[in-house]
Design a binder for this molecule. Sequence first.
Ligand code: HEC
Ligand code: HEC
Length: 392
Amino acid sequence: MQKLIWPAVLLAGLLVSACGGGSDDPAPAGSPPPPVLTPPTPTPIVPEQATMSELGRELFFDTNLSSPAGQACATCHDPAAGFADPDSDMPTSEGVMAGRFGGRNTPTAAYASLSPVFEFTNDPAVDPAVFFYVGGQFLDGRAADLVEQAKGPFLNPIEMANPDKAAVVNKVRNSAYAGKFVYVFGADAFADSEVAYDNIATAIAEFEKSPELNPFSSKFDFFQKGMVTLNAQETLGLDVFQKKGKCATCHLLPETLPAPMDPPASFTDFRYFNLGVPKNPNNPFYTQDMAFNPDGASFIDNGLGAEVQVATKNGKFKTSTLRNIELTAPYMHNGVFATLEEVVDFYNTDDPPAPEVDNDITADVGFLDLTPDEEAALVAFLKTLTDGYVVP
Ligand code: HEC
Ligand code: HEC
């Protein structure tokens, strides 16, 4: 059953009629009984056939689900920008409230479904004694999976800024696709805001697993299946990626390619590292209100370490997928690098900049000794990871 919402006027009327008569003014005997007020019957929602993923798509693109209206998940995760923020001029994204910026660069939501559930585990085949964090959503893994992740942005004051779950659920109930919600989750779908809110997240997660966000349609994918060849520069780039550049150590790729891969490459090990990325002085988060950033310009993003409350993990962030990386500038958790050339220069440098967090910086970064041609080839290879390639 739908929860009945009694209009304020009606409630006020009820209160008045309950005490308005007053005990010193008894109703004369034989007068008609007070009128019985019936609450308005809400218009029933007609179910409309849809899959859970189709419903999730409606939710993902609905710009009405912020407060005030105007921002959807897709505003920051735009398909035209590789499901990341189309505004590549700002290192981080602006919420629905003008001037409110988060501290982190928006990553792609595409292929996020490939990340396993967040856990602290070991790999017995490699070394049973070594435990590490792997998987999860967000750059610090603070959401275990996509469903948990999708519950965050609606209520985040620096993102979609809704006051509470019920506000979001009410917007969905009043949307043009409410019938799809009822079709997927049943006639009582809106009865309980807590349950309905969780179901909103479940549907979004289902959409995020769909081929629309996981098309595997890049030149690399067709190359790996043996359907196209890479040009000379891209071939050199792949070689540098696998060997001299050490990129494949974390952005996983097999040594021998082309060879059909099942599952296809995610270009990440979903593990956490401190690359020694420098602070980004242009991060708009530094000048946010005290309520959101009490540390001002001295704010340090400790990433995984802050999340799991283990200082030795400070400065570690989840290895990013590199799929559609051409479309998702700027780069790194704080958006410090504007171009892929800058990223590759950073990995190749013999003179690393001061790191944002000086803790357990990985030895696989820096001093790669790549020539300018090899750097350019690496960038050319990264551009073969853009979806929507048309096989000639
Ligand atoms: C204002 C911009 C903004 C909006 C709106 C937004 N996001 Fe994000 N999204 C981000 C940022 C920034 C991060 C990274 C935050 C972090 O790591 O702390 C992120 C992270 C994610 C991730 C994790 C990706 C990964 O690799 O870990 C997913 C999935 C995602 N968002 C989906 C969504 C969904 C679903 C919605 C709508 C309910 C949404 N986002 C709304 C900015 C946004
Ligand atoms: C030790 C593991 C490791 C190695 C080796 C490595 N990366 Fe990364 N890469 C990461 C991590 C972790 C991040 C996210 C860091 C952050 O946000 O601060 C990242 C981020 C990136 C990004 C930015 C992603 C984004 O969406 O902002 C690019 C591009 C990239 N790496 C390319 C490369 C290339 C090219 C190489 C080889 C020259 C390489 N990486 C080597 C772990 C690694």
